[in-house]
Write a protein of this length. Sequence first.
Length: 442
Amino acid sequence: MTKHRILIVDDEPKVAFFFQKHLEMVDEGYIAKAVNSGADALEELKKEPYDLMLTDLRMPQMDGLELVRQVRKISPKTKTILITAYGTNNVWNEAGQLEVFRALSKPLKIPQLLESVREALAPPTHSQSNVTVLSGENFEQLANRIEALRVDIGARATVLADTTGHILVSTGSIAELELSSTMALLGGTVAASNALAEQLNYARPMHLSYYEGPPYDLYAVNLSHHYFLTSIFDRRKEASRIGLVWLYTRRALEEMLDLLHNKTTASPLGREFAESVQSELDDLLAGPGQQDVARPKSSQETVALSTQTKEVSPSTLADNIAGILARFNQQTKIAIEYRLDALEAPLPPQASALIQKTVGECLKNVYQHAKATIVGVSFNRDGRFLQGSIADNGIGFTPNQPPTMKTLAAYQKAYEAAGGSLEVVGYQDQGAKINFRLPISE
């Protein structure tokens, strides 16, 4: 097997020699050569082909970025890794535009260097071009999932691209915006954020870049080191909705990444486990003195909620629900986003008690979903009705295992008796949303 050739460029001879010896000593048996200037590196590349070049950024006469720019002209197949202690956003952006494979920050540990070298020289899993190739089935599934996300969040367009700016999937349209150049610019920003995450030693970084209009709001979130998803809104026609976008986007990210890498989405937790954890949060989520809902012995049996309710003041209700959410987060490590300002106005005592018990029961329902990492809780007033919504990104439902109402069935009856409604909607491999609506004034 042909051994990979690596060129090391650093104006500090001791550093270059140190890297060279470590690369020569590994099992792969790389052929490594060290030079001490950009000019020497270009001369070497004209004489011999190299698979990979490692270069320092700060060097006299010719810095690392200029060297990479010249290498692109004389040896376009040579991959590059940039090493620097002086990284800035401009450096990372330019490195991304020059298609640097990776930018590493000093002080640099040898295992980190070797891992990056191995990844750069690993055999490609798709065609030799730098364009990601998806099978027809995977492309269709990915496009459908991205379109579903666009509809869920109300975006004008949603685009999946890699950090070089190459567009893989685009749904919707904005005629006034040139997507190719926009994605190229955003790709550099995402690459810079990835480099920062590496410098901070984040194991699995996730970052959101937000650009506020008018005319457009742009949300760009990374899927991995190589891909990012952008949702575009026309700010002239609708208000900013960062919380909603972040909730639904995080719900979709893992499934998209699985499709990109041709993986099978993780299977949901079994029904028995889901039922077993129902009781675990009873003590955690039930307020003091609240009687739990009786469970039906059969589907025909009527179940009544306890009518022993105690008046709950508006501030206490909002505080109690905020406390429930905080305890749920502490117990389960599931992230919580919430908006409770609609609970600040006075509510009838019966409505307040029912809402508080509903939130606790809904969170228990959320807990049964596999791989849930975030929950969104919101309330708003619509005329004489209070509307609530609890959405999560857990993967727990399949066509043969629809969302189960469990004890929520009792609450559903109570809401209907009060002139309201409660429903559970399941999205296959995407999680669930619990909506409830209750009249709060005559």
